[in-house]
Design a protein around this ligand. Structure first.
Ligand code: SF4
Ligand code: SF4
Ligand code: SF4
Length: 297
């Protein structure tokens, strides 16, 4: 029977992919590929959004690199020989560049086999893994420290003043956090007409060891008391889904109250929190493929 024109319209790209995915995965299973014992890497790799279960993923991914080519922040890499049987399969190292869950998930759309599942279209469906506060001993929230003060202190103690991209990022956030009165104090001290996003180049030009020290004291006086670090939540691309909540707990040994990030089931494991965590080794890290369990956090 001929296909009517409005039936044709229903054959969307996604439906087409769904069909071809089933055929490819079916083929892989029929040929035994999916049941071939696979040599995995020692550490599970963080796969792009929507990756099928690892065995099916390894059996169906044709290593074409299409996902990598369409990824706007270019965070997808292809596995090397020392990473197991999945040579050439796509993975992400969040600390070096996390998945930002871009609108429409272009990597998923580009995958010709459905190894990145075409049934998903939103970042909130990505199911890559789960964030875990793996180094609570360094987490600034638990220690009661403000992240901007921490970063400014580190800058004043190091040669990173030359890293203007890092400085710009810190200044942008600092300006965004200060009240109009606090911005006025800074303006007067540095004899500026304005302190804003537009004046970042002038601020950068004036930043030397002495001025950074003043800025550290200033930030300590304003931000430190206001709030401890919540960068992982602030930078999370799906923060409206509450993937992290901050809970007050009590240290059983010292009776000290502290505030800790607690990961919720809405976390999809994109890794932005790991990338942005300001501690030298990230205090929060992604466990690829890990599923959330009630009470596990
Ligand atoms: S959703 Fe993530 S992995 Fe996919 S294209 Fe965007 S940044 Fe890259
Ligand atoms: S970003 Fe989150 S995990 Fe990292 S130090 Fe801040 S509160 Fe802790
Ligand atoms: S908490 Fe947010 S930023 Fe971190 S992995 Fe989960 S979804 Fe991504």
């Amino acid at each position: 029977m001929a296909v009517k024109s409005n039936d044709k319209a229903k054959i969307t790209r996604r439906n087409f992919f769904k069909g071809s995915t089933l055929v490819m995965i079916g083929g892989a299973i029929a040929s035994g590929a999916a049941s071939v014992p696979v040599l995995r890497s020692e550490e599970p790799l963080l796969r792009p959004p929507g990756a099928l279960d690892e065995d099916l993923f390894l059996a169906s991914c044709i290593k074409c690199g299409q996902c990598l080519q369409v990824c706007p922040p270019k965070v997808i890499m292809l596995a090397k020989i020392n990473q197991g049987f999945g040579l050439g399969t796509p993975y992400i190292v969040p600390r070096e560049g996390a998945c930002i869950l871009c609108r429409g998930l272009p990597c998923v759309l580009a995958c010709p086999t459905g190894s990145l599942n075409h049934d998903i279209s939103e970042g909130s469906e990505a199911e890559m893994g789960l964030a875990v506060v793996s180094r609570p001993e360094t987490c600034l929230s638990i220690k009661g420290e403000n992240d901007l003060v921490y970063e400014l202190v580190n800058l004043s103690d190091s040669d990173q003043l030359a890293d203007s991209e890092k400085l710009k990022k810190i200044l942008l956030r600092l300006i965004g956090k200060l009240t109009p009165d606090e911005l006025d104090q800074w303006k007067k001290k540095w004899a500026f007409d304005e302190i804003s996003v537009n004046t970042i180049p002038q601020i950068l030009a004036k930043l030397n060891k002495e001025n950074i020290s003043w800025l550290v004291d200033f930030a300590e006086g304003t931000l430190q008391a206001a709030q401890a670090c919540q960068i992982c939540l602030e930078t999370c691309p799906i923060k409206e889904e509450n993937p992290i909540v901050f809970e007050t707990r009590q240290d059983a040994e010292t009776d000290r109250d502290y505030v800790t990030p607690v990961v919720q089931k809405t976390c999809v494991g994109c890794g932005v929190c790991e990338m942005e965590c300001p501690t030298p080794a990230p205090s929060i890290t992604i466990m690829p493929r890990l599923k959330w369990k009630e009470g596990a956090a």
